[in-house]
Ligand binder design. Structure first.
Ligand SMILES: Nc1nc2c(c(=O)[nH]1)N[C@H]1C(S)=C(S)[C@@H](COP(=O)(O)O)O[C@H]1N2
Ligand SMILES: [Mo]
Length: 426
């Protein structure tokens, strides 16, 4: 920490959601909605319970037990396996593989044959192509980039009323170093026709029903996004062969957009003459409203569009939520991360007085486009006691994180409220 204080934990293992369930912070949560009684009622109802399973609320978070993964990860679902990373475990510049969040929609393959793996591009191309991983490595320039991968539902738990799906707090994100070839190079090798409008991505995982050949998830992007040079077909993560749980031996990384387009165990990119219609496209899946809807209200499917660039977000990665600091501590050294989908982060501000006043953080530039931006700040506090630290990032289009999860939608995409942690001094 560098503050000279000895941090211990008074709320060990408690998520922010659970911290909000304690009297004092719940009152704060409700106070946020000063706009009217309805919002306050919602906040009071929703803050303590959210969508977290009742069992989890009683037992506390369920920690991940998985070979090679950090036990600090919190399980949000076990079939399929979904686990998020507490913000304080995202304190490394490059997220170690052990701390990287896990999201599956289907049943991951148990074993994979790296040497026999084949990747196909077909559809609206001059000549369909098929490459083994060895061929990809030798035929196209190999590149390594640090890229943010973020689940489209990251932040969903902050919606009021609760939205359907895994109740991510802020931990459906990681920023690893990925090695592979540019998707655009491989698309060019196939020759993208004028008629090409969209891609459809296919992976080798099974459907939860167990039905053979049934696809669990197949999403895609407009051809313009697909041709962006920052998209990679990767076989390595943080310098090691890509683990099966993260899509090894080969996956797509399409940074800046919901990670659901970054197909794991990728076998095929189908270039299409129309918008892709695989599972996970259309309806309200990975989609946000065009005109704002009444939270919890009736859904009009015509009022939705695909969530494309992820919204701006920041997190405090040190100190951890619930840190106890020695009496007399008057200066807090803060560290965090920030990112903004297709945009960059322009600045990050932090507050220790619920947003009444803000201090500008020191922001690092990204290593490369779509890297996250680390930040540090030093803030003073006038006394011992309970403090909340809030962080708020603003992107290059001057769009900042809102106070609350905004633009409610039934499946809860695009929630990016400011991050709040609590610390106790003395
Ligand atoms: N084939 C396949 N690819 C997939 C998924 C999936 O279920 N199957 N899940 C997607 C979603 S929703 C997310 S958030 C990311 C998660 O990647 P990770 O488990 O490596 O963190 O993978 C994406 N790619
Ligand atoms: Mo996701």
């Amino acid at each position: 920490m560098g503050t000279g204080a000895t941090p211990t934990t008074y709320a060990l293992g408690l998520s922010r959601r659970q911290l909000l369930a304690t009297g004092s912070v719940a009152a704060v949560g409700a106070g946020l909605g000063s706009g009217g009684s309805v919002r306050e009622a919602n906040a009071q109802q929703a803050a303590p319970s959210g969508g977290a399973p009742a069992a989890q609320q009683q037992k506390g978070p369920q920690h991940l037990k998985f070979p090679g993964k950090d036990e600090g990860l919190v399980v949000l679902g076990d079939r399929p396996l979904v686990a998020e990373t507490p913000e304080s475990l995202l304190d490394d510049d490059t997220t170690p593989t052990a701390k990287f969040f896990i999201r599956n929609n289907g049943i991951p393959p148990e074993t994979v044959d790296v040497d026999k793996w084949e990747f196909v591009i077909d559809g609206e191309v001059d000549k369909p192509v098929k490459f083994t991983i060895t061929e990809l490595k030798s035929k196209f320039p190999n590149v390594t980039r640090r890229l943010v991968l973020e689940c489209g539902g990251n932040g969903r738990s902050f919606y009021s009323p609760p939205a359907r799906g895994n109740q991510w707090t802020n931990g459906g994100v990681g920023c690893a170093e990925w090695t592979g070839v540019r998707l655009s190079d491989v698309l060019k090798a196939a020759g993208v026709k004028k008629s090409a409008k969209f891609t459809g991505h296919y992976g080798a995982d099974g459907h939860l029903s167990g039905e053979a050949g049934k696809v669990s998830l197949s999403r895609g992007v407009p051809i313009k996004k697909a041709m962006d040079e920052n998209n990679l077909l990767v076989w390595a993560m943080n310098g090691q062969p890509l683990p099966i749980i993260h899509g090894g031996p080969l996956r797509l990384i399409v940074p800046g957009w919901p990670a659901s387009v970054s197909a794991k165990w990728v076998t095929r990119v189908w270039v299409r003459e129309k918008e892709h219609d695989g599972p996970g496209m259309g309806g309200t899946s990975y989609r946000v409203t065009i005109n704002p809807m009444v939270p919890g209200g009736k859904t009009d499917e015509k009022n939705f569009r695909d969530l494309e660039s992820m919204p701006v977000r920041s997190i405090v990665t040190s100190p951890a939520n619930g840190t106890k600091l020695a009496a007399g501590t008057r200066e807090l050294k803060l560290r965090g991360a920030s990112w903004a989908g297709d945009r960059a982060v322009k600045f990050v501000d932090v507050s220790t007085d619920y947003g009444a006043t803000w201090v500008r953080a020191k922001l690092s530039p990204p290593k490369n486009k779509y890297d996250w931006q680390r930040w540090t700040a030093s803030v003073k506090v006038p006394s011992d006691g309970y403090y909340e630290i809030w962080s708020r990032a603003t992107d290059t289009a001057n769009v900042a994180q809102p106070h609350v999860a905004a633009n409610w939608n039934p499946q809860g995409y695009g929630a990016n409220p400011m991050h709040r942690i609590a610390v106790l001094i003395g």
